[in-house]
Design a protein around this ligand. Sequence first.
Ligand code: 2AM
Ligand code: CA
Ligand code: CA
Ligand code: CA
Length: 285
Amino acid sequence: TSLNLAPSSLLETAIRSAYVAGNLMTSATASDKGVEVTKLNKKDLLTKIDPLCEEAIKKTILARFPDHLILGEESVEPGPSASSMALSSFLEKSRATKKPLWIIDPIDGTTNFVHDLRYSAPSVACCVNGEVVVGCVFDPYANETFWAVKNEGAFLNGERISVKPEACLEDSVIAMGAPPGKLSASKSIKGFEGLLPKVRTIRMLGSAALMLGWVACGRLNCYWEWDLSSWDVAAGGLIVEEAGGRMRGLEEDTLKFDVSERKIIADDGKCGNDVREVLKESGLF
Ligand code: 2AM
Ligand code: CA
Ligand code: CA
Ligand code: CA
């Protein structure tokens, strides 16, 4: 059955589809992007390229696996409740039909993409039995391909990667994000204020999927963010775990994909508990 698929064929398809989307990203001109502000609010950007990348990823996956299910950001109404409901219903359908579910973000880091900040990536994950088994995040600007296969490790351009913990929180580099929305903005500000004096530095790089890849390969010690969706973290979360790091909820060790407030913390296996403590002291939860 499809549940006995070789992980290698899923991985090959994940990588291939991320490359197709990444090539669309790097070949798009400013006028191709034609930014529309049609999503939730003025900060929630969407370009003409996002849905094109989503279609290209879907087409690549379906050419190889015509019966698989695919959940993509641009096929769901904007907003946290719609994205949670879509995930729950896709997971349910995947369980009932025993078909793998792909969770994709065609461009993670659209704001960077619009402003030409060269830090955005397609993120492609495949779930079997409700569990992510393959994930790929491709940075088409640096030409860096992060991938992982469940129980087989994490890789960057073919080389095995692992997290790199520092001796203490004071020496750690922490990444965070501040998605639009008043609640998450105030959480981000409180967290930043509490953490800054206690860590080496803080970065807000703008792509959840890539920041997760960067935790996995040891460039960042920790990444936390208040309000994300399944497609932001499905691939990157597996890459972190397979690199020896932890992908957890901010308050709970288990990361629940299918709840509406996805507060996540990925770490190098060491500094995450201290970061959580500081965030708690700062009044985030
Ligand atoms: P996106 O570019 O695919 O939308 C940056 O902090 C991260 O937040 C990015 O991964 C970005 O993904 C995501 N993000 C952007 N807008 C968001 C929104 N309105 N709600 C939740 N997450 C968002
Ligand atoms: Ca995203
Ligand atoms: Ca996106
Ligand atoms: Ca988006």
